[in-house]
Design a protein around this ligand. Structure first.
Ligand SMILES: [Zn+2]
Length: 337
């Protein structure tokens, strides 16, 4: 089953000893074997924009600080709506306010819409796209208004953001991918990971669906700008690589009679993606530090210290994953007998 993973932010600190930062010619990815392909699609942007507009109408404001817009004027409408446009937009919005499929409350529904809309031709009419008929109707109703009033700004914002991220990724792509795959003891997906730029991408500003591994990132979320965007890109793709680490944690906790906190693997992903970028892009401050993930509670602080001590040596290639996991699990609370 497809699975959507909005990366919940959870964790800040100064790690003193690091792997030696090294950006070398070997770190650039050969152009014929990209790890990521970037995409900017009209229909997925419209769907996510309607989804956000419906939340605003309902008074729901659940965006994390990292997901908040960095430059509202970049994505503002270019003019007011005419009465017919207002009517069409309102009717489409009503579907996103009331129709369960459009609300996207379950993972499989969100994923089913997301994947199919991401693949729809910008100049098409969705007839060849297998999505719910009511949602299709709402999108077709809203499309001329969106294309006329918002899309030029959204499209430009997405293109500029993709160009910026590509520029940051190119010099270190091979090394970043190697760091994350070796750190998580997992293989990169056989096909390049598709990355969709969207003006809005959930309350977190980013999510991943699979299979196939597909990352959607908000082009104007604060947490996705500059090298933070690079880290979020690796983090989201990293969700698809967590199988071996999850398995090692579960098996080791069972063997050592320890209670495994649900958030531990995710915190390890935060740590690993942050270190990947910090290692290869000088001056990067990891997302978890920037947005206070480690400071959200006392246990996050404890895990950060534990990972710095026991996981960092693994990321630097000085300790096997099984050994690092055993040392981490050894510090977890014991299961009740
Ligand atoms: Zn996450």
């Amino acid at each position: 089953m497809c699975r959507i993973v909005p990366t919940a932010l959870l964790l800040s600190f100064a790690i003193t000893s690091r792997a030696v930062a090294q950006t070398s010619p070997d770190c650039a990815r050969p152009a014929e074997r990209p790890s990521f392909v970037f995409h900017n699609g009209f229909w997925l942007n419209l769907h996510n924009f309607l989804h956000r507009a419906a939340k605003e109408r309902r008074g729901v404001n659940d965006e994390l600080p990292a997901a908040m817009t960095v430059a509202a004027h970049d994505t503002a409408r270019t003019r007011g709506l005419t009465p017919p446009e207002r009517d069409a937009w309102e009717r489409a919005l009503q579907v996103y306010l009331t129709y369960p499929v459009a609300l996207g409350n379950t993972d499989s529904i969100v994923s089913r819409l997301n994947e199919r809309l991401a693949g729809a031709r910008d100049d098409g009419d969705l007839r060849d796209v297998d999505i719910d008929a009511t949602v299709r109707q709402a999108l077709l109703l809203a499309a001329p208004v969106y294309r006329e009033v918002w899309w030029a700004a959204h499209d430009r914002r997405n293109r500029e953001w993709i160009a910026s991220l590509r520029g940051l990724l190119a010099p270190s792509e091979t090394c970043l991918v190697r760091f994350i795959t070796q750190g998580l003891s997992a293989d990169w997906p056989a096909a390049p990971v598709t990355v969709d730029a969207s003006v809005y991408a959930s309350w977190f500003g980013a999510y991943m669906t699979q299979p196939p591994v597909h990352v959607t990132l908000s082009s104007n979320a604060r947490g996705n700008q500059g090298t933070l965007g690079l880290e979020v890109l690796l983090h989201e793709a990293g969700h698809a690589l967590l199988g071996p680490l999850d398995s090692a944690l579960v098996a080791t906790a069972a063997r050592q009679g320890r209670l495994l906190p649900r958030e531990l693997a995710h915190l390890m992903l935060f740590y690993t993606a942050g270190e990947a970028v910090r290692t290869f892009v000088p001056g990067h401050v990891p997302y978890a530090e920037t947005f206070g993930v480690w400071k959200q509670n006392a246990s996050a602080e404890r895990y950060r210290a534990l990972l710095e001590r026991e996981w960092q040596p693994h990321l630097e290639g000085r300790r096997a994953l099984a050994d690092a996991v055993a040392r981490i699990v050894d510090r977890l609370p014991r299961q009740a007998m």
